[in-house]
Design a binder for this molecule. Structure first.
Ligand code: SF4
Length: 338
């Protein structure tokens, strides 16, 4: 077996997690990620031949694995819009020492969960921003009902995906009054709701600091009815802070990029759907790895290039975020998948 040649950045952070966007397309228009005003009719998504092929994704995944990546998360846009995704998962599942996860909006999950499981997918995270149908439809902005996402979660659970993580982005004036409803619904189940502070990802969501509901406030809202206590992290670099219910069972997570930044342990590299390497969710530019592959560059040279990029990495955007930094250029989240 090929020896792993780990690489660390200027803060001694290794590459542990690789997030791969397999498409820039989505069937939702979540207002904090892909607002209709920008991603409306006529928006030019990447043509098929501009997307990384499954072979190219598999090749890069093996290179990153040989440098220490132990978890791959497939994202989008909406990854289940990429045809035959289970074929890619079956290839990636051959890579040793690799956990395969996927983040989806759940709209196609009921139909595709079995094929994903059979192909070797280990874990699923479903984005669901409210259980209140009107609020959810308003946030996904395509009038997609909560019921169909819950059906996807139920089918996935029956097939054996558990725990399923549920991501809820909380935005003031939009869905904060439905936090408790979400907590009550998944309490005493194996599934883990992660409440996410609204972030200034990309440059199209009109982010304002006052629209952020802090992790502290979210905890206080839940604590008022459902007593919770903090838990230790499962591993270094875990994004969510863990809390468990004191009565009954179950746990929740808080992802507080704005009020409690966690850049110090950030081990995440990101690949866009067209093969650019981004070293931070809030980066402006990425490095084009697809071009290297398509002009015949050998793996060893591509690995050397990634090593050089990562060793020079000094990203810690969330730690230096101010109202001014949020006016700068940043890649769109739908392009690199959160
Ligand atoms: S802001 Fe960038 S460096 Fe910080 S945790 Fe997020 S992705 Fe990592």
């Amino acid at each position: 077996m090929k020896k792993t040649l780990f690489v660390t950045d200027t803060f001694q952070r290794p590459i542990r997690d690789l997030r791969i966007s397999v498409t820039d397309r989505c069937n939702f228009r979540c207002t904090y990620c892909m607002p209709k005003e920008v991603f409306g009719p006529g928006y030019q998504f990447l043509p098929k031949d501009e997307l990384l092929s499954f072979d190219e994704i598999n090749r890069l995944a093996r290179i990153f694995n040989s440098m220490g990546a132990r978890k791959i998360r497939l994202t989008g846009g909406e990854p289940l819009l990429r045809p035959n995704l289970d074929r890619l998962i079956a290839e990636l599942a051959q890579i040793p020492d690799l956990e395969l996860a996927m983040t989806t909006n759940g709209s196609l999950l009921a139909r595709k969960a079995q094929a994903l499981k059979d192909a070797g997918l280990d874990r699923i995270t479903v984005s669901l921003d409210s259980l209140d149908d009107a609020v959810f439809k308003n946030m996904n902005d395509v009038q997609f009902p909560v019921k169909r996402v819950l059906e996807g979660i139920e089918v996935a659970e029956k097939i054996g995906f558990s725990p399923i993580k549920i991501n809820m982005v909380v935005k003031r004036g939009v869905n904060e009054d439905t936090i408790l409803q979400m907590a009550r619904y998944f309490k005493d189940t194996p599934h883990i709701v992660r409440f996410i502070e609204y972030m200034d990802v990309g440059t199209t969501n009109g982010w304002q600091l006052e629209e952020v509901v802090s992790a502290r406030e979210i905890i206080d809202r839940i604590q008022a009815e459902l007593p919770i206590e903090p838990l230790d992290p499962n591993y270094r670099g875990e994004v969510a802070k863990r809390w468990r219910y004191q009565q009954g069972h179950g746990e929740i997570g808080l992802i507080a990029s704005v009020t409690q930044p966690f850049c110090g342990d950030c081990t995440r590299a990101r690949l866009s759907a067209r093969g650019q390497l981004y070293t931070c969710l809030f980066a402006a530019d990425g490095f084009d790895l697809r071009q290297l592959m398509r002009r015949g560059t050998p793996d060893s040279d591509i690995e050397a290039q990634i090593r050089t990029i990562w060793q020079a990495r000094s990203d810690r955007y969330s730690e230096i975020r101010t109202e001014n930094t949020s006016t700068g250029a940043r890649v769109e989240m739908s392009y690199i998948g959160g």
